[in-house]
Design a protein around this ligand. Structure first.
Ligand code: ZN
Length: 447
């Protein structure tokens, strides 16, 4: 057996925090000059508040820089600039153009140079190597180019020497039977899949009478997430119900706009990011001031290497905690633990509830752990009941009515709110967008 090294890039992955901050500031300084001189959007906001790159002399000074949200860029896209004023390079330097999924509105368009792709590849190589991807491995990659994130990930997999199986199937839930067939016959070594697709696969296993653990036997790593987050409750479902070995399961994911890749190491205490390539901050949701280690707030990201369409102090609209303590795996780069989307907070009779709060209630409830559901925002302000759709699985011994009563009883007991639950038969019956099912459907938005 080949004695593979532990880290893809040991010197940078275990760099001291002090040296890491030095690398971050050096790259940030270069990036600030890039955006000031080349991006009409960023030059505009920097002039508006009267700062130039020279005014930011430290990472602390950088907190003066305004946070940008998708909506500001969307306004510029609507006004006719497809890149929303972010493009910093001449068109001939563009290596690839890609779009986000547009989960919360119109997709945004981004561009990368050849050099940007190299950095994105390095990022993916480090994080997939960390999850056990090795040269010669066959990767089953069912999402079929779900969005622009693929432009960063594919070169990274090629850098390791992983052989990808892509585009041979289209395994959205309706087609998931084919995914069972492919896994059984192609014997891949590693797999990466969004939750909605993996869940469709689990349903398909039942339909065709296969055991997921047997179908997944050849896999050493199952990296799950990519657009949704692997919650503790879903992990329990994979271990207890699908009987997958816990050490095979890793959370992984990313975002196309910032091209960030996040991944869990074997310690499984949050998802690592490559902090030499991204500056991560967590800001209090109300005061917008930085919060302490492991406190909840909004994750703000700055891309330190992207020259094409860099996003700087980008409001991810994700609520997260962040730890900068050295991980037990030896990596010094921080770990984010995702809590929910800022737009997913629902006010039920004065109590703020996120999908993850509901999900966590079911960790030790075999009939409901990891069962997909969608919450509905049917009023802009306070709602009387938690309205939801939840998938019912007849194989777990409860009738539909018993299942509904059990779920509503747990929610009432633990969260103290009344529910209005519609039970559906398949993940296919939940509202979806692209490769994700909706955790929250906002019915108050005008279409
Ligand atoms: Zn780690």
């Amino acid at each position: 057996m080949v004695d593979w090294r532990k880290y893809w890039n040991e010197s940078i992955e275990t760099i001291s925090r002090q040296d890491l901050r030095r690398v971050q500031f050096k790259r940030l300084n270069k990036q600030l000059n890039n955006i000031y001189h080349n991006s009409s959007y960023y030059r505009g906001i920097m002039r508006k508040i009267g700062i130039s790159p020279e005014d930011i002399k430290s990472l602390e000074d950088f907190t003066k820089f305004p946070v940008t949200y998708k909506d500001s860029v969307r306004e510029l896209i609507s006004a006719g600039d497809p890149f929303g004023g972010l493009l910093c390079i001449p068109f001939e330097d563009i290596k690839s153009i890609y779009s986000t999924t547009g989960t919360t509105g119109i997709p945004s368009i981004h561009a990368m140079t050849k050099e940007n792709q190299e950095y994105a590849a390095e990022q993916t190589a480090r994080l997939t190597w960390m999850q056990g991807f090795r040269p010669g491995d066959v990767l089953f990659w069912p999402p079929v180019r779900w969005n622009g994130f693929i432009f960063g990930v594919t070169p990274g997999l090629e850098r390791i020497g992983v052989v990808s199986i892509t585009n041979i199937l289209y395994p959205l839930p309706n087609y998931a039977d084919k995914m069972v067939y492919a896994l059984k016959h192609l014997h891949p070594d590693v797999m990466a899949a969004p939750i909605v697709i993996f869940d469709g696969f689990l349903e398909a296993c039942k339909r065709v009478g296969e055991k997921p653990a047997e179908v997944c036997e050849s896999l050493r790593t199952i990296s799950i997430g990519y657009g949704d987050v692997l919650t503790n409750s879903y992990r329990q479902k994979l271990i207890k119900e699908a009987e997958l070995e816990p050490e095979k399961i890793f959370s992984g994911g990313g975002a196309a706009d910032t091209m960030i890749h996040l991944a869990e190491c074997e310690v499984r205490e949050g998802t690592h990011i490559c902090e030499d390539l991204y500056l991560a901050e967590i800001l209090d949701l109300d005061t917008k001031e930085p919060v302490g280690e492991n406190e909840r707030g909004e994750l703000i990201l700055s891309n330190l290497y992207m020259r094409g369409t860099p996003l700087i102090r980008w409001g991810s609209e994700d609520i997260s905690t962040f730890s900068r303590e050295t991980c037990k795996c030896g990596r010094t780069h921080g770990r984010a633990t995702w809590i929910g989307r800022t737009g997913f907070q629902l006010n039920i009779m004065g109590k703020w509830i996120l999908p993850l709060d509901v999900d966590d209630l079911f960790i030790d409830v075999p009939e409901a752990a990891g069962v997909p559901f969608t919450l509905f925002k049917y009023k802009k302000d306070v709602m009387e009941k938690l309205k939801m759709k939840m998938v019912y699985d007849g194989s777990k011994g409860l009738t539909k009515e018993e299942f509904r009563e059990k779920v509503s009883g747990i929610i009432k007991e633990k969260l103290g709110v009344e529910t209005d639950i519609e039970i559906v038969d398949s993940i296919d019956d939940l509202p979806k967008i692209a490769h994700k099912y909706k955790r929250v459907e906002d019915l108050t938005k005008e279409s």
